[in-house]
Design a protein around this ligand. Sequence first.
Ligand code: PMV
Length: 330
Amino acid sequence: MTRKECVRRILGEFNAQPQHDSATAWAPANIALCKYWGKRNSELYLPQTSSLSVSLGDLGTQTTLSIASDCDMVVLNGHKVEPENAFARRLSAYLDLFRGDKPIFFHIDTANTVPTAAGLASSASGFAALVLALQSLYGWSLDGCHLSILARLGSGSACRSIYHGFVEWQAGIADDGFDSYAEPLPETWPDLRVGILTLSTAEKPIGSRQAMQHTLETSTLYRAWPQQVESDLPLLRRAIAERDLHLLGQTAENNALAMHATLLAARPAILYWLPESVQSIRTIHDLRKQGAAVYLTMDAGPNVKLLFEKNDVECIRERFPKVAIVSPFA
Ligand code: PMV
């Protein structure tokens, strides 16, 4: 099945023509506690394994989609993006899936409250916001499962950004990917905090899409990844159900470091870490030795995210004065 066939099957009898001139939607960024790392189908962005994330409260992407006259135009964070830019081409290619038979063009005005392409999952909130804006522009009434599948076709992790709170993406087994979508978990955790250490906002040397494919194809450690996920997911579910920060933090930290280990064992190796990343990891480990309950996770980039609870906010701010603190369940 192609992405276009998948979209056609989902949209079925829904409106093929926009019902409004313009629509705006917002979606949260998310940070995976158990990472999505490796695809089993690169056309449909079907993952090798399930994953579990927490959405980042008010950090995310707002997108306004309007009908344009003769070509697509992308505005990112207030600046016009050249059509040949990789970001604009990726958005246009995604919108091709929805254009139908008549030529139609879009003006896409999108703004992130997370640095674009700096390993803070802006593509996740970006594609989720775009799908929600499409739904409102065309007047569809798709359920969360179908919205999640459509977002997945833009960027795998975007399927989790359709929801707030804890979200689990079931890998599924079907070839057409209709059983591969995200669902929210019912639990909340009001005291949970996520700290974001933006150590670099530079464009990544290699994006997560290529990095995961390269890892899958060349890293001997990748063979161990599905087992890692199989043992981490039940631990995370239990940690969430029991609001056990130590279990949540230890599991998420180990999962992230194991993902980076698969990258280091790839040929050639991919090393996302900067000296500042290592320094932050050491500081977090020191804080733990001193009794603070703080853990870390990292995505495909040098930035470090902290996991802790409300009662440690002051101590975290003292050691990391530039940290941005998010309350996912505020
Ligand atoms: O959805 P993508 O292609 O940006 O991949 C996301 C990969 C990680 O951020 C490293 C892990 C995850 O589950 O979000």
